[in-house]
Ligand binder design. Structure first.
Ligand code: SF4
Length: 186
């Protein structure tokens, strides 16, 4: 994995996060909160892209403290972040979720985790892709894959449209999307 630091995170979120993580990132900044499924999906992804534990704590603290306050963040949320980094509990080193795990998740009301290609309505997906910068021609190819339930191929076409290159291996992991993107952009 490549490494990122906290100061670069807004920029790399725009340039190199796949839509599933970009959506969680934007919602966290907007609501200053994410439910458990979203914290796990985004938190482990960020660990995978190389955000260290101190930066991860600072990142989540900055947002959550705006909503629930600093004290509640430290009491109720920081444990889980350290846990994800294997610093609490059984000290398991949790690994970031693959596409198949994200796609097979079942987000409920108020959840923002999952794979947008699978879990968004067509209208919301089109709007999100257009905000990302996918042009209308590529959009129709992406939507065609979505209709045939080829979600990872839809994500691969998005990657290709945004980076202007072929991605022959296809997208099978959000962290692979990130590292392939960084390789092209750096
Ligand atoms: Fe994320 Fe994978 Fe879905 Fe792309 S296909 S949005 S990387 S879960």
């Amino acid at each position: 994995y490549a490494e990122i630091s906290l100061k670069d995170i807004d920029q790399v979120a725009k340039s190199s996060f796949p839509l599933c993580m970009r959506h969680l990132f934007d919602k966290l900044k907007e609501d200053h909160h994410l439910k458990h499924g979203g914290r796990m999906q985004l938190g482990l992804f960020l660990k995978g892209v190389g955000l260290n534990l101190d930066d991860a704590l600072a990142f989540w603290r900055a947002e959550f403290s705006k909503k629930v306050g600093l004290e509640k963040f430290e009491k109720e949320y920081s444990y889980n972040i350290r846990h994800n980094y294997g610093k609490e509990g059984k000290r398991t080193d949790y690994t970031p979720y693959s596409c198949s795990k994200v796609i097979s998740s079942t987000p409920g009301a108020g959840d923002h985790h999952g794979c947008p290609y699978r879990h968004f309505s067509e209208e919301n997906l089109r709007a999100a892709l257009s905000r990302m910068g996918v042009n209308s021609r590529a959009m129709e190819d992406v939507m065609d894959k979505v209709r045939n339930r080829h979600y990872q191929l839809a994500c691969t076409l998005t990657f290709e449209a945004l980076h202007g290159v072929q991605c022959d291996a296809g997208i099978n992991h959000p962290n692979q999307y990130f590292s392939d993107s960084q390789k092209i952009l750096q």
